[in-house]
Write a protein that binds this ligand. Sequence first.
Ligand code: FA5
Length: 350
Amino acid sequence: MNEKLLSLKDEIVSKLDQTNDLIDLDKIRVAYLGKKGSITALLKGMKDLSNEERKNFGAEVNQLKAQAAQLIEEKLADLKQKEIQREISSMPQFDITSPANLERGSYHPITLVQRECENIFRTMGFSIEDYPEIVTDYECFEALNIPKHHPARDMQDTYYLDNGQLLKSHTSAAQNAILKKYSKNLIENDTPIKAIFPGRCFRNEATDACHENTFFQMEGVMVDKDISISNLIYFMKTMLSEVFKKDIKVRLRPGFFPFVEPGFELDISCLICGGEGCPSCKHSGWLELCPCGMIHPNVLREGGIDPEKYTGFAFGLGLTRLAMMKYGIKDIRDLNSGSLKALSQFTDDE
Ligand code: FA5
């Protein structure tokens, strides 16, 4: 590689070494690989070179481009992992070694958070639905605008039974059945569909402090005439403010899920620093909590609802993540450990 390119590579490596922040990382990506980035400029400038020069130089610039992209990708994975660890370690302490209170049984932390969310949504007119853990490919994927071989399936590899059924990888698997169950009432009686459906989900993935192969989500849908993103924001904000017992600011960022359009990631203002910016929220003042969006017309249609007349929102709250944040549980694996020492710290007056 020629000297100029080598020094550019050194410059990128050194900048990446000094970066501890996703925003800065993106600035680096744009500065080198963006439309006006320096590596892109080198590629554009090749038109002025002779054929021979272009051949050698082009190969080297492309090599540098691939190396830079890989270095940035690795840094991104590293920063994301550190960010999750930081978020978890700055939570209130949960002591797995504290003596077990075996005199009195206690509810599991996820049960407590789930019941709290259910009560809040019930007061806002939502029904609570139960749904099987074993579902079909149609329920989990096809009805959600994820046909066979769609790349979105890669994110949700799960466990399959010999008969082709599978352990549901997300609570969205119940969406189609819920829409079908209530569509008649919506169309004939103008009764909006308002339902939440908490449930256990399964994914074939390596476990770590923040990922389990078995975890809980809570899905919610609302469908009616003229439902908009403002309704979604209102319900999420109300629910989160109740759960955390304080006013919670929320914001939406674009996110992709084939069953919503547009799709978002909903962030909450950081509970540790109150939105001022701290290491837990990578100094942005925000924490990622709940993917959501406006239900895709194909999904509404598949549920027997005319997307020309009705619109709706859906969200998929990570209930296990919420329980971890609320109770300051550092390692997700403690929740499935069955350890009475760990779990008996939670009591409920019910
Ligand atoms: C979904 O599962 C979508 N079905 C959510 C959705 C619903 C989007 C409706 C739009 C409309 P995702 O794969 O990001 O999205 O998971 C949602 C949440 O589940 C995550 O934010 C996280 O809190 C939780 N989650 C996902 N995988 C795991 C895991 N392995 N361990 C623990 N929690 C997990």
